[in-house]
Design a protein around this ligand. Structure first.
Ligand SMILES: Nc1ncnc2c1ncn2[C@@H]1O[C@H](COP(=O)(O)OP(=O)(O)OP(=O)(O)O)[C@@H](O)[C@H]1O
Length: 332
């Protein structure tokens, strides 16, 4: 069964243009000029119930605009969408009871109050029955390990603690579809990993459909089964994450700080990006050699002070997709 259906969904924004200076301001006031910006070109896709979908793209690609249309916050310029059988912008209120959303860059918790108070507000907004609410609340507190934070004002929480509370608060009313817009942004590796585990568990145990946008290829690799890549408002790829990994997520960067001056590290499938003082930065082609193998070699050869492993930026993945698709003539 489909949780989300989208056909020809389009959003164009009309933007007022204003030249610099007082003259420009006067002109814009009396004779405004507008330009049209296409944020989302006609796009089509479907999401199965219980699917964990990655919706990817560089900055300004149209991800948030699409989510806003699917959540009923924005009216599209054209096209059709159905979320849980409802038209988001026509049946927004009805849909709100069945979906949840988390915007990593925008808190939904009251800043000066503890998360427990926002939970209580959510209970009222969603008209949750007292006993069911209490059961769900304890379940989420346990699963997201919120015990120590639930009664502390949000402003005093770390980003990772706050994010766990944000996600739990969005799940209080047991939504069937959840939109997560950059839920791991700004978090350190350990917290990111913990949040990923929690999300995976929720998706598996509750068969919740998750629509995730992220710039972090780690989120996608570890959580999602399918990925849709959007760029300039157009879908450029809709495929299994396993194919995305095999074809496009084939590079990782290892950044090392060594105890001694860095010596060159010639190794098949490894390219040296930087060697300066004690710093060595390498790019690993994971289709040729595994990260584990390279790390084992590095540990055997050098004494290490620090190691960071990074995924390629989304822009790089997109240009890789473009390069291979345009070669085949599949993209404009
Ligand atoms: N209210 C608006 N008015 C005019 N243009 C807008 C508006 N909202 C978004 N846009 C434009 O639409 C395009 C898509 O924006 P959107 O926020 O959907 O991108 P995104 O993929 O979510 O980017 P990011 O990853 O940076 O959040 C951008 O060029 C943006 O400037």
């Amino acid at each position: 069964m489909k949780a989300i259906r989208v056909q020809g969904l389009t959003k164009r924004f009309s933007q007022k243009r204003k030249k610099a200076g007082l003259r420009g301001s006067m002109r814009a006031l009396f004779k405004p000029e507008y330009t049209e910006k296409t944020a989302v070109s006609p796009i089509d896709f479907e999401v199965e119930k219980g699917e964990f979908l990655a919706f990817l793209g560089p900055n300004g690609a149209g991800k948030s605009t699409t989510i806003k249309m699917l959540a009923g916050i924005l009216h599209p310029t054209a096209g059709f969408a159905e979320v849980l059988g409802l038209c988001p912008w026509k049946e927004r209120k009805k849909l709100a009871y069945r979906i949840g959303s988390v915007f990593g860059q925008k808190s939904q918790l009251w800043y000066h109050l503890p998360p427990a108070d926002t939970f209580e507000l959510m209970r009222r907004i969603y008209e949750l029955e007292e006993s069911d609410y209490k059961k769900r609340r304890s379940e989420l507190i346990e699963r997201f390990e919120l015990g120590p934070y639930i009664d502390i004002p949000v402003r005093k929480l770390s980003l990772g603690e706050r994010m766990r509370c944000e996600i739990a608060s969005a799940l209080l009313h047991r939504p069937s579809v959840v939109f997560l817009d950059e839920p791991t942004i700004g978090l350190d590796v350990v917290v990111k990993q913990r949040i990923r585990e929690m999300l995976r568990e929720m998706n598996e145990t509750e068969r919740m459909t998750v629509f995730l946008t992220s710039h972090d290829s780690g989120d996608i690799e570890q959580l999602c089964s399918r990925a849709i890549v959007i760029n300039h408002g157009q879908i450029v790829l809709d495929d299994k994450v396993s194919s995305l990994k095999r074809l496009y997520l084939t590079r990782k960067t290892i950044d090392l700080v060594l105890r001694e001056e860095a010596e060159p590290f010639p190794y098949p499938g490894v390219e040296q990006l930087l060697r300066s003082g004690r710093r060595l930065k390498l790019s690993v082609d994971t289709s040729r050699t595994s990260i584990e193998e390279v790390l084992a070699q590095l540990v055997g050869r050098y004494r290490l002070d620090d190691v960071t492993i990074e995924d390629p930026p989304m822009e790089e993945v997109i240009s890789h997709i473009y390069a291979s698709h345009t070669q085949r003539g599949a993209l404009p």
